[in-house]
Design a protein around this ligand. Structure first.
Ligand SMILES: Nc1ncnc2c1ncn2[C@@H]1O[C@H](COP(=O)(O)OP(=O)(O)O)[C@@H](O)[C@H]1O
Length: 170
């Protein structure tokens, strides 16, 4: 079974994947597999441009966890979408050294549910677990994901509403 962990940059995908790896799960970092699909750089957005559809089409499924902000494009069996309140996400991305514009763009995408919407366009509700990580420990998040993979934690999505941030924070 392939489980994907997706979410806006800064929501904690890499961190929780490391914890799951420590617990014995096989983890693939999606970012390490996109090399052949790089189309170039987008200096204005301080990012690489990836031919995401070609990458997803060529991806060999794994029995384990795939982590990355494009992971929901894969034909996975289950998808975990990490969500983080935009003001906390802003703090995390600032600490990572992202520029102001890149921070604003990501916080806005988070507030607008962009990755959740993309996920629900490709996967059934029953395959999706949305986790609001804002006040959660890394091990608590890992517990939720393990529970979902094992069928103990039921699917859930459409739980967060961060439209307030668009009015107050933008
Ligand atoms: N549950 C958490 N509690 C507190 N800080 C966290 C948590 N998860 C991640 N972080 C911190 O947030 C930042 C972004 O996490 P990271 O795993 O790199 O996000 P992503 O892989 O989604 O871009 C890192 O500094 C990380 O240490």
């Amino acid at each position: 079974m392939m489980t994907c962990i997706t979410g806006t940059p800064g929501t904690g995908k890499s961190t929780v994947a490391t914890e799951l790896e420590r617990r014995g799960h096989r983890v693939v970092r999606a970012g390490e597999t996109v090399g052949a699909y790089l189309l170039g750089d987008d200096p204005e957005r301080e990012t690489h441009v990836v031919d995401a559809e070609a990458w997803a089409a060529a991806f060999t499924p794994v029995d384990g966890i795939v982590e990355g902000h494009l992971a929901h494009l894969l034909g996975c069996d289950r998808v975990v979408v990490l969500r983080c309140r935009p003001d906390l996400l802003t703090e995390r991305l600032a600490r990572r050294g992202y520029g102001q514009e890149k921070i604003r763009e990501n916080a806005e995408a988070e507030a607008l549910d962009v990755i959740l919407i993309e996920t629900l366009e490709r996967h059934t509700d029953e395959a999706v677990l949305e986790v609001d990580v804002t006040d959660m420990s890394v091990s608590g998040i890992a517990d939720q994901i393990e529970g979902f993979v094992a069928g103990r934690v039921p699917p859930a999505s459409g739980l967060v509403d961060w439209s307030f941030w668009l009015l107050e924070g933008a």
